[in-house]
Design a protein around this ligand. Structure first.
Ligand SMILES: [Zn+2]
Length: 293
């Protein structure tokens, strides 16, 4: 698929209705390769990444958004991180999970995620972290965020997210949409949206037929006007210097025990699997001067 990864935002003129849509095939393929994830894990992570990319459009320049899906299913925790510049990253605790297809013949994302909680954290700089949470409804991700928007943000929403995985585990298509009815919407707005959703092909079916992010949005809201379009990119923000500071914050006793027991330290970034090795000399240099033994 040569569809560029983008996220778009739009509104319906003269109606309190806004919408987002994204195509994330490239990003989800990059995540699949980084984590060597199996199909149901790729689908769960990819759906969450699509929702995160769309929600991040609401962020201000230096803010970050973290989504955490904490289910009791075999996948364990899913974490997705996105910023206002269109950078996304994510991981799933157990990427090597295989389950039989569900009753619809689809990847059993709900079964792999299980029941538990969904957390949304918005880091506004200055350690000001807003945290909303709801119980997972089905673990299918789209349903869980629909419930999150209704309960935690009092915004009736329709959320669609899909990932189509090929037999070689690569990603053929990934993307999603969010439509939100803002204060002032009418029963007619609800009915019109429900009618559109009822006849809608899946996100990945639409994408395989060539749909762009704008198309995904227009199929649900034909009258939508696109206001903004941003490219999306997989990027991990980890760096050796930041990990050095984390190690330093552990303090003398912890660093000494690492030196004694492991002869150094190896820290692995969950998001991108990059390994950062620190020798015992480097760890010793992290101890405060007056305490260095
Ligand atoms: Zn990383």
């Amino acid at each position: 698929m040569a569809v560029e990864d983008v996220v778009v935002r739009g509104v319906v003129p003269d109606r309190p209705i806004r919408a987002f849509a994204c195509t994330t095939t490239g990003v989800v393929n990059a995540l699949q390769q980084v984590h060597r994830s199996w199909p149901v894990a790729t689908a769960a992570l990819g759906r969450t990444v699509s929702v995160g990319a769309m929600m991040a459009m609401q962020l201000k320049a230096n803010e970050r958004l973290t989504l955490q899906v904490d289910g009791d299913g075999p996948l364990g925790r899913i974490v997705v991180d996105a910023d206002a510049a269109g950078h996304v990253r994510g991981y799933v605790q157990n990427p090597h999970v295989h389950l039989p297809l569900n009753a619809l013949g689809k990847l059993d994302v709900g079964g792999a995620v299980g029941r538990g909680m969904l957390y949304v954290m918005r880091d506004m700089g200055l350690r000001d972290v807003y945290r909303g949470s709801v119980e997972l409804q089905t673990g299918e991700i789209g349903d869980d965020f629909t419930y999150y928007f209704a309960v935690s943000e009092q915004t009736p929403s329709a959320v669609g997210a899909g990932v189509l995985v090929d037999t070689d585990h690569s990603v053929l298509a990934a993307g999603g949409f969010i439509v939100q009815l803002m204060p002032g919407h009418t029963e007619e707005d609800v009915a019109a949206l429900e009618a559109r959703l009822a006849g809608l092909a899946s996100v990945t079916d639409q994408m395989m037929a060539g749909a762009t992010a704008e198309d995904l949005m227009r199929r649900v809201l034909p009258e939508v006007r696109v206001l903004e379009r941003r490219p999306l990119e997989y990027r991990c923000t980890c760096e050796r210097e930041r990990i050095r500071l984390v190690l330093k914050s552990l303090g003398r006793a912890e660093l000494e025990s690492m030196i004694r027991e492991q002869g150094g330290a190896e820290v692995v970034c969950h998001f991108c699997n990059t390994r950062y090795a620190f020798t015992k000399e480097e760890l010793a240099a992290l101890m405060p001067e007056e305490e260095r033994g």
